[in-house]
Each structure stands twice: as structure tokens, then as C-alpha cells.
Design a protein around this ligand. Sequence first.
Ligand SMILES: [Fe+2]
Ligand SMILES: [Fe+2]
Length: 205
Amino acid sequence: MHDTRYIDRYLPFLQSLLTPSRLQHSMGVMRVMADLAELYNLDREQAVVTGLLHDAARDLPADRQMALIREGGIELADPCEEHPVYLHALAGAYLIAKELGITEPNVLDAISTHSYVGNGSNFHSCLSWCLRFADILAPSHEWKGMKKLKSVVYAGRKEESALLHCGWVIEYFREHDVPVHPNLQSCYRDMRRRVPVDEHFFDRW
Ligand SMILES: [Fe+2]
Ligand SMILES: [Fe+2]
């Protein structure tokens, strides 16, 4: 199956919404999702479509994102979700359901929770975690810690990858004055308790 068919299908929609660099990022996330679909036994079509569409609302102005939230009757669980870094995920899932007729709950949930908002039943699904990993592993950015995350993700070590991802996002948000969502803090605490890693696990980023 060629992923270009999804690019062809959704390109006009994405071009109307995204900056060229965001579109590049989205295609990069799509390609990483294709890799991860194989590694983590995901449905390939769902994985690549989720990657391609995950940031549909990211470049909309904050007031347009908020208008979508209101239109969709979406309740924000925490005041920090008004920040676009969180809001675009909720707004984007609503937008692709509305404009593209995407209905698969796991796809919509993966997109709406990729910034750690919400607490739906698919918050911890493999598709949702893979999207969070792919969002960082897409080659459009050279994030600190990316090499380590890549090696752990591509080794199929999902739990350790999730712990690394969550810890890294918290650190990144703190450095950039983005409010840390309570879900991030509780996820991190929970995984520190559950995932057996040695004390130097984070040192080797
Ligand atoms: Fe995003
Ligand atoms: Fe993204």
C-alpha cells in the first residue's frame, strides 16, 4: 500500500490549514507512523492517517481553535487546555471529524490526546502512544533526547518510550514556560512507579 494515496486525499485540506513547515512535519510524522505500525502491530492505514492529520488545527489562531471547541461542545478539563499547545489537539480531532468525516474513535482519540489532554479510553492505546513518539521522532526537528527516544521506540520498548517521552515533554514545557498539564504529571508519576528503569535511565539522553 502506498502512503501517497493518503497524501493525495488529504493534501488540499491540509494545505488550506497548515504552514509549509507544519505540512512537512505532518508528512514526517506520517512516515514514522508507517514504521511504527509495523513494529507495534498497528493498523497501517489508521496509523498513517493519524500521523498525517494529527496537527490539522495547530496553525489556526487560538480564537478559531476555541470557536471549534465551543461548536463541538467540548468541555475543557483543566484551564491550561486553553493554551494552543493543548487546545489544537482537541480542536483538530473535532475538525477532521467534521470536515473529513473521520469517525474511528481510536484515530480521533489519538489525535485529541496527543498533547496529553483528556482521559478517554484510548488515552493509553498503542496508537495514541505511537503518535506521541512519532510527533517527536519526525525528522523535521532535532530535539534534545531524540536519539535516545528513537533507539528505545524502535526497539519496541513502549513503556520505557512512554516514560522518556513524558519526562522529556515536561522538561521541555518547563523550559519554554508552557503550563504542565496535570495529565502529564500524573502520567509521569504513574510510569516512574510502574516502569522498571535504573536510576541513570534519564541521564543518558
Ligand atoms: Fe500537535
Ligand atoms: Fe505535531
